[in-house]
Design a protein around this ligand. Structure first.
Ligand SMILES: [Zn+2]
Ligand SMILES: [Zn+2]
Length: 254
């Protein structure tokens, strides 16, 4: 670490700034957020898609447009936020800004969301056997120094007391390009994930309920590819948990 960065970290500890807008906060603030961001964040606390967990907007119940058009490999999804400019800042800061400390706040946010689901949907009994973060390609890992979903997953694992395993699911290649049509995105990600030979042979996934962790959910292409690999290796079911979901638009427009 460079000396300037060390001094900055010492003089301006990152946790004293709101992780979204950068306003000065005190360390007691929940999820490293200032009052305004806490209030203005789009929390997915209203009606959400029965399948993927995306906020439904004006629709009151049922499935989002994306899930109406396409069924998924995973069974159910949980999320904290809808992805907008305010919500984007900490997620991108963690992903591209070398701000690994943000993972703690985001991980706690996701853990709280899941703990609520455990209480309301599973009578307080955690339904997941193994937590698996969506892996990034080794070239990205070397460049970034960490996998952001693994850092988030570690917080969730600590909070729920459910084991996280990072050596089961592998990323064979990176997606060619983000953006484009749903079909193109789906094509880009096809076959990008695999269960390691060792995990496949050991049967570690057999009849296990998996909680897959990612940072952002849009069309579910990544979640489906990962789920497909895990289910093919014997997992009983896959649930997904993400920090933020994209909007509930018709897929032709997203
Ligand atoms: Zn703020
Ligand atoms: Zn959905």
């Amino acid at each position: 670490m460079r000396i300037r960065e060390t001094i900055e970290k010492y003089v301006f500890p990152p946790s004293l700034y709101c992780m979204s807008c950068g306003a000065i906060i005190d360390s007691s603030r929940e999820y490293m957020l200032c009052d305004e961001c806490m209030k203005k964040f789009s929390w997915n606390t209203g009606a959400t898609c029965e399948c993927c967990g995306k906020a439904l907007g004006r629709a009151r119940a049922g499935l989002c447009y994306n899930c109406m058009e396409k069924s998924h490999e995973f069974e159910k999804g949980y999320s904290c936020l809808s992805y907008g400019s305010r919500e984007k800042a900490p997620i991108l800061g963690l992903k591209h800004g070398e701000k690994a400390y943000i993972a703690k706040a985001l991980g706690q946010m996701l853990c709280d969301r899941l703990a609520k689901a455990v209480e309301s949907e599973y009578d307080g009994v955690i339904p997941w056997d193994i937590i698996i973060p969506v892996p990034i390609h080794i070239s990205r890992l070397l460049k970034r120094g960490y996998n952001q979903t693994e850092l988030i997953g570690a917080e969730v694992s600590k909070g729920l007391g459910t084991e996280m395993k990072t050596n089961i699911l592998l990323r064979k290649r990176t997606a060619a390009k983000s953006g484009g049509t749903v079909q193109r995105r789906q094509k880009n990600i096809e076959g990008a994930f695999a269960v390691s030979d060792e995990a496949g042979k050991s049967g570690v996934l057999r009849n296990k309920n998996i909680l897959l962790i990612d940072d952002v959910y849009t069309t579910g292409a990544t979640a489906d590819e990962c789920s497909h690999a895990l289910l093919s290796a014997g997992a009983a079911k896959v649930h997904i948990a993400v920090i933020a979901t994209g909007s509930n638009y018709h897929s032709s427009s997203s």
